[in-house]
Design a protein. Structure first.
Lengths: 220, 311
């Protein structure tokens, strides 16, 4: 990419991210609650519950400009890579990282793709449930990615983030958001304990995230 | 009218400046770290500066400014209300309609001064059609609770709030072109009563008014606040079509309504297990924490003026 188009590229991403954050605020009045961690430009993996396409917009609206510039959401390649327009929105406008859940070729290995982003010093937003949760369960069981990434790059902080109310603002299959107040609760970092098994760690991370929900009985 | 508005603004600035100075002196003398009450007092006063500034700007733009401002207040209040209540996925279109159709249409009716439809659009048409749409979606789980919450939400946040700018549509003989002052009177008296109840409550409050609903409301605060706000109303009678005695009586009625509004809002918050409606206004809570008294006072004030003072 030459210099000019690189400038246009980052300009597009900046405009998109500022615009979406402003929109997120206008619709949901989104507010971060730092409950165990603090804003920081340390390298992090933010992991959150996933109910809506708006989730990562809300989460990144809670980060400051500097953190936002180096933080990428991990999104499903099967969905966002389907057409050129979707790929343009996901990769060029939102600077997300696309991974395929049903991968075959070695260069499609999701863990390798995410590690390569981490190795550039960037942060990730990860939805460990692996899909949008449409069930009555508040949180689906976690997939292994979080564990694998943490084992491979133990210096990266894992921050649990509970996104409140987004399933009500933009339910699956709906296009127009209902304005409701949302908060994002950022909890204390979670790390794999020495000798901790994969499933034990994932269940513990799952419980930590679930415990951040400020109004458990209301999340319906 | 410019003259009257200037006097009101100068008066408000004097009160706010005094409040800020008093808070600064109290904070300087108090032991550190400051108590949460003092921190909250300073936050509240600072938020008042912002709110008075916004209201002044809206008044400067007259009918446009006030109609838009109160439509936005309805939006913020409705958002807080709906967030607190139980909604189901099948309510999506009704909820969208509340924000996207009911608010703009109600304020358009205010703008065009179509009184006949303004008073019945929400309590007749919306109250019948919203549950009908919900029923058509076929989801009957907690049906009555959902439709009741939706109706009360638009009633409080849209219908009641819209009566404030609707004051501009009234024809009071001998008061032509001065209706903005009715809004100024209502807001100053009702919000003044809230502030005075807070002050009297903090200084003299001993006997809880209703311990099961609100721990902060006391008889001393209620009586001191409403009586002094009624006197404030009498003092402000020069900007209204009322005599001083009439102004005091009207102020007494609207402040009492305002108190009941705050009580009902407290009961809803307690039922839903929250302390504040939201976090829009630093130190105060959400928009509804500030407007709960106004929403009960505005329709009553509107109809008192309409019945006794218009032709």
């Amino acid at each position: 990419m030459n210099k000019l188009s690189l400038t246009t590229f980052t300009l597009l991403q900046t405009v998109t991210s500022v615009g979406l954050s402003a929109l997120a605020w206008a619709v949901t009045g989104v507010r971060p609650i730092w409950n165990g961690s603090l804003p920081s430009d340390k390298q992090r993996i933010y992991f959150a519950n996933h109910t809506s396409h708006g989730d990562f917009i809300l989460l990144s609206a809670c980060l400051n400009e500097k953190e936002r510039a180096i933080t990428h959401a991990v999104a499903a390649g099967e969905y966002w890579g389907k057409s050129r327009l979707r790929r343009f929105i996901a990769e060029d406008m939102l600077s997300s990282v696309l991974i395929n859940r049903q991968w075959t070729k070695p260069e499609e290995n999701p863990i390798e793709i995410m590690l390569s982003v981490l190795d550039q010093g960037h942060s990730l937003i990860l939805f460990p449930e692996g899909t949008r949760n449409m069930t009555d369960e508040p949180l689906l069981p976690f997939r292994s990615g979080l564990y694998n990434l943490s084992m491979a790059r133990p210096q990266v902080e894992l921050i649990p983030c509970w996104i409140e109310n987004m399933s009500r603002v933009l339910p699956k299959g709906q296009f127009l958001p209902v304005p409701l107040l949302c908060r994002v609760v950022f909890g204390a970092p979670v790390a794999v304990a020495p000798g901790e098994e994969r499933r034990a760690f994932l269940d513990r991370a799952h419980a930590t995230l679930l415990a951040l929900n400020p109004r458990p009985e209301r999340d319906d | 009218m410019r003259h009257d508005i200037s006097i009101l603004i100068i008066g408000l600035l004097a009160v706010l400046t005094t409040a800020s100075i008093v808070a600064a002196i109290l904070s300087a003398r108090a032991p550190k770290p400051l108590s949460s009450t003092l921190v909250n007092l300073t936050q509240r006063i600072n938020a008042w500066w912002v709110m008075v500034a916004l209201m002044t700007v809206a008044f400067f733009f007259g009918r446009y400014g006030l109609t838009i401002l109160f439509a936005l207040i309805s939006f913020a209040s409705l958002r807080e209300f709906v967030t607190l209540t139980h909604t189901s996925r099948s309510d999506h279109w009704v909820l969208l309609g509340m924000f996207g159709i009911i608010i703009p249409f109600q304020y358009w009716l205010v703008w065009t001064a179509w009184y006949g439809l303004f008073v019945i659009f929400i309590p007749v048409y919306c109250f019948l059609l919203m549950p009908a749409i919900t029923a058509l979606h076929g989801d009957t789980e907690r049906f009555l609770e959902r439709i009741a919450a939706q109706q009360w939400a638009v009633m409080i946040s849209v219908y009641c709030v819209s009566h404030v700018p609707a004051l501009l549509t009234l024809d009071v003989p001998g008061f032509e072109g001065r209706n903005l002052l009715l809004i100024a009177f209502l807001i100053i008296v009702v919000q003044g009563s809230d502030v005075l109840q807070y002050i009297f409550g903090k200084l003299f409050g001993k006997h809880r008014f209703s311990p099961t609903v609100s721990p902060s409301k006391t008889w001393e605060g209620l009586i001191g606040g409403v009586v002094s706000a009624s006197l404030l109303g009498a003092l402000l009678s020069f900007v209204t079509p009322f005599t001083p005695l009439q102004a005091a009586c009207v102020a007494f009625v609207v402040c009492s309504m305002g108190f009941l509004g705050g009580l009902v809002a407290s009961a809803i918050k307690r039922d839903q297990g929250v302390k504040d409606w939201g976090h829009l206004i630093e130190g105060h809570g959400g928009m509804m924490d500030r407007t709960d008294s106004l929403v009960f006072a505005a329709p009553i004030f509107f109809h008192i003026v309409r019945y006794f003072w218009t032709v």
